[in-house]
Design a protein around this ligand. Structure first.
Ligand code: FES
Length: 116
């Protein structure tokens, strides 16, 4: 395995439904699963590493959902319909170019403190 390129977390069908229409979230999740499979992003031999996906309950954004958080960039997209998730996967995850107009939050990792 060549490591992990990205981890995608989708608040698709949250328990408290604070994050958009759960029917849209469920459809977006189905599309994401299909895309990851069809594009071979789960292939452990993929030179750029695998793309992991997780259906999360709540990502603490709770508006403009369904929301999709992508690590390691810490970029959260809002209004993630099946059509949007297709563009996000193709342009951001595969192409490396985030779609600025759909980004609702950026939460980069903090830098580790030096030892001592
Ligand atoms: S319910 Fe979706 S981020 Fe909280």
């Amino acid at each position: 395995m060549n490591g992990v390129q990205h981890h995608l977390l989708l608040c698709a069908t949250p328990t408290k439904a604070l994050c958009g229409d759960p029917a849209v979230g469920a459809a977006s999740w189905d599309r994401l699963k299909q895309l990851v499979r069809d594009l071979g992003l789960e292939d452990s031999a993929r030179p750029r590493g695998v793309v992991l996906r997780t259906k999360a309950d709540c990502l603490r954004v709770c508006c403009e959902g369904p929301v999709l958080l992508i690590w390691p960039e810490g970029i959260t997209y809002g209004g993630v319909t099946p059509e949007r998730i297709e563009r996000i996967v193709r342009e951001h995850v595969v192409g490396g170019v985030p779609i600025e107009e759909w980004i609702v939050r950026r939460t980069p990792f903090s830098r580790p403190l030096p030892p001592g």
